[in-house]
Design a protein around this ligand. Structure first.
Ligand SMILES: Cc1ncc(COP(=O)(O)O)c(C=O)c1O
Length: 383
């Protein structure tokens, strides 16, 4: 039996007993599926009945993700955001409370405070990086769900996910984790007691900045059924072309993620020594705030980090970004390319915005040679 994810993710493509075939599933496209006999038309044991049920590429991707996540079932959604909003919607009802970090991904926060709040589900926000004991103080009789994101968006605080999941379970609350940073590979939420492991497949699994897609992985069949019903009721659909591309990305995810981590650590260590930099927010960096939890729980890392500049204002950050030649100016992350963005007001939406030493940059270290990336950064600092 193959031992590691790196082997398993490829071995699932080459398994025997399926007859002569191409390596990857056929790229089927279709809304309508035809049957030979009227009696067969609704028989799901003969395969999908309608395009919304998912064709070969969507099924193969969901199965491969479920295997990687250790899930009984993985459900696909058309974006990472919809993979987060679907369980929040499916698992709560009016009168329930959600508990989440003040540093969760902005659009997740918007869904909680704009969509769910007007439908009777309220959210309590705890300080980023709070301990499970502190978060326990936010759990009341109405708390139905805890939304975990670790490391957090923009400021990269880590959470003790296993301890928090245990507290939630004890108090009768479910846990949903946005695990996009670890790509479902470097950290396995379901093994740490999380109920729903979510990731934006858009990022590292797809890996080439050409697909938007999300996944929800679940170990408990009852929760899987609730999510599958929501996907069906909402009519969520992922295109076979996008699923096919994501499956192709998934086969090489372990080697790409390792390369991102290795290069990002070099860049982070170099940045940390620059006088212009106040702090590098990257949990794999020894001595950083999140490092103890990262080294205890994670087998790898993403190439995404925050960089707090010493006394820089927005104009200085923008001038620096404009001088870079190898870092694309664009949102998202997880593709092969290096990217840089700067924070422009998202932190002020938090209940307690952090006080930083200066402008906050977000770097995605791609698969270029880290020597070249460092030379580019160095030139942009000194020019
Ligand atoms: C932490 C995190 N979660 C979820 C998402 C949403 O992914 P998508 O763009 O596929 O909706 C993003 C996108 O930037 C993200 O950064």
């Amino acid at each position: 039996m193959p031992e590691t994810d790196r082997t398993r993710l490829i071995a699932s493509a080459t398994r025997r007993g399926l007859g002569r075939r191409v390596v990857n599933p056929p790229l089927e496209r279709g809304s309508t599926l035809l049957s030979d006999r009227a009696e067969d038309m609704r028989d799901a044991s003969l395969g999908p009945v309608y395009g919304l049920d998912g064709l070969a590429p969507q099924r193969a991707l969901a199965d491969a993700l479920a295997e990687m996540e250790g899930a009984c079932r993985t459900l696909l959604a058309p974006s990472g955001l919809s993979a987060l909003t679907t369980p929040l919607l499916a698992l709560t009802r009016a009168g329930d409370e959600v508990v989440a970090s003040d540093a969760i991904y902005g659009p997740s926060r918007r869904f909680l405070t704009r969509f769910l709040a007007t439908r009777g589900v309220t959210t309590r926000f705890h300080a980023p990086g709070a301990s499970p004991e502190e978060i326990a103080g936010f759990i009341g009789p109405a708390t139905r769900l805890i939304l975990i994101e670790s490391p957090a968006s923009l400021t990269f605080e880590m959470m003790d996910v296993a301890a928090l999941s245990a507290v939630a379970r004890e108090r009768g609350a479910l846990t949903v984790m946005d695990n996009t940073w670890a790509a479902g590979l470097a950290f396995k939420p379901l093994q740490h007691g999380v109920d729903v492991s979510v990731q934006a497949v858009t990022k590292y699994v797809a890996g080439h900045s050409d697909v938007l897609l999300g996944a929800m992985s679940v170990a408990d069949p009852t929760i899987a059924r609730a999510l599958a019903n929501a996907v069906e009721d909402l009519g969520l659909h992922v295109s076979p072309d996008d699923a096919w591309l994501a499956l192709r990305g998934l086969r090489t995810l372990p080697v790409r993620l390792q390369a991102h981590e290795k290069a990002a650590l070099r860049v982070a260590e170099w940045l940390e020594r620059r006088p212009e930099v106040a702090r590098v927010l990257y949990p794999p960096l020894p001595g950083s705030e999140g490092h103890p939890l990262w080294s205890r729980d994670y087998s790898g890392a993403a190439g995404l980090m925050g960089v707090v500049m010493r006394d820089w204002d927005e104009a200085r950050a923008q001038a620096f970004m404009n001088r870079l030649t190898l870092f694309g100016l664009g949102y998202s992350w997880g593709g092969f390319e290096s990217l840089i963005t700067h924070e422009t007001g998202q932190l002020s939406l938090r209940a307690r915005p952090p006080r930083l030493e200066g402008a906050l940059l977000r770097l995605h270290v791609g698969l270029e040679d880290p020597h070249d990336l460092i030379a580019d950064l160095s030139r942009a600092f000194t020019e």
